[in-house]
Design a protein around this ligand. Structure first.
Ligand code: MG
Length: 405
């Protein structure tokens, strides 16, 4: 029997975005780590972990399902972003502990590998079309077989300058504004250009990042059909998922959805009604390995594949949790790449290796990685004012209306 003796959070990264949970046990040197990072609310998640911690002291670390269920209902209200993230950090750490005790990688505990490595898709970008094609070619040369195409920032292709936008008097909109019809005009043109230069050998995706009015998302999906995307990502906001039925009725463009999902009632209907092709929840936002392996199993029976969300603000522990699921789930589709600096990776000995478009887990027991707490502490900048990326200021339409998300 291995008892939990402590749960703590390690905050790190220069901007303080990353929260790594460490679960300690009564066995000498045995502990586990997990990801509870939240780009906008790291302090709130940390507080949630600390609030849950006392109920775990003395519990059996190996009873992962029971611990998960107990934490899941511990606040009575559930399926929220903050509690899910705190729960995920603890859950991953418990899988890490169990793997170390069994002397097996987590993917072996989950049934063993289905594949030799994990194919990832890259993020190609360019404000101008030739620049984008050049970026795609660079990733093709690196070995990537699936590449996401964007025109600059999320919403790129749909932005108008203030002079183009004809703003109303008294406008509070600063800088460019987002216009659905401009996006609808420019994104198909982007794919027309890319296909004309590169043909159909390379698999392409695009992330709408939930910017569009639902009807425009239907139109875009239909207009993109000739370019045979690998998938179109987050065409709709999570509040508008019923529109996927209309998209399905109109076209065959494959759909990937779920970056913002936290509640089973968000993903279940889309999977069981076969309205999406890839589920894209973030492992930490869906409450960890325990819940995500159930999502993957549900998807298997309905022909839906997994494409766990990474990129952006995720940390290497969340990436590793996704990687272990990818290795063992038969209906895995593709994994989003991450953008870690060398200095960031140095905090995590044993981190997954990204090479030639494939992600390789460490084959050591558990998650196979650790955190260097001294280095993590040295990198942390707790000055909240130094975090430009936590600004939640949305894009805006011409009249000033906020664009979701
Ligand atoms: Mg996305």
């Amino acid at each position: 029997m291995t008892k939990i003796t402590g749960v703590k959070c390690i905050r790190t990264r220069r901007d303080g975005m990353w929260t790594i949970v460490k679960v300690l046990t009564d066995q000498a040197g045995l502990y586990g780590i997990g990801s509870a990072s939240d780009v906008r609310h790291p302090e709130t998640v940390t507080k949630a972990v600390e609030t849950i911690a006392p109920m775990l002291i003395g519990r059996e670390a190996g009873n992962i399902e029971d611990n998960w269920q107990s934490i899941y209902t511990s606040g009575y209200w559930r399926n929220g972003s903050i509690l899910n993230t705190a729960l995920a950090g603890i859950d991953m750490a418990l899988w890490d502990i169990k793997g170390k005790e069994a002397n097996m990688p987590v993917y072996d505990l989950l049934g063993g590998p289905c594949r030799a490595a994990v194919p990832c898709y890259a993020h190609a970008n360019g404000r101008e079309l030739p620049e984008l094609v050049e970026d795609i070619q660079r990733y093709v040369e690196e070995g990537y077989q699936v590449i996401r195409c964007q025109l600059g920032a999320y919403g790129g292709g749909g932005f108008l300058s203030p002079s183009q936008a004809r703003l109303p008097k008294g406008s509070w909109t600063r800088g460019v504004v987002f216009d659905d019809e401009a996006y609808l005009e420019n994104i198909p043109k982007m794919f027309e250009y890319v296909r004309s230069k590169l043909g159909f050998d390379v698999k392409l995706t695009h992330d709408v990042h939930e910017h569009l009015r639902p009807q425009v998302a239907v139109q875009l999906s239909k207009l993109l059909e000739p370019y045979r995307l690998y998938f179109l990502e987050d065409a709709l906001a999570p509040e508008q998922v019923h529109w996927y039925k209309l998209i399905r009725d109109q076209c065959t463009t494959p759909q990937a959805m779920g970056e913002l999902f936290v509640n089973p009632h968000e993903w279940m209907p889309l999977i069981t009604e076969r309205l999406i092709d890839f589920v894209r929840v973030r492992v930490s936002k869906a409450a960890g390995i325990t819940q995500c392996r159930k999502i993957a199993s549900l998807c298997e029976w309905f022909g839906v594949q997994t494409a766990w969300q990474e990129g952006g603000d995720n940390d290497p522990v969340n990436q590793m949790a996704a990687c272990h699921l990818d290795m063992t789930c038969w209906n895995f589709g593709i994994q989003e790449e991450n953008h870690f600096s060398e200095a960031e990776l140095e905090l995590f000995p044993g981190h997954a290796i990204l090479e030639g478009g494939y992600l390789y887990p460490n084959r050591a027991p558990g998650l196979g990685m650790d955190i260097d707490e001294a280095k993590a502490k040295a990198m942390l900048n707790t000055d909240a004012a130094s975090r430009p990326s936590i600004s939640g200021e949305p894009d805006r339409r011409t009249d000033g209306t906020a664009v979701r998300p």
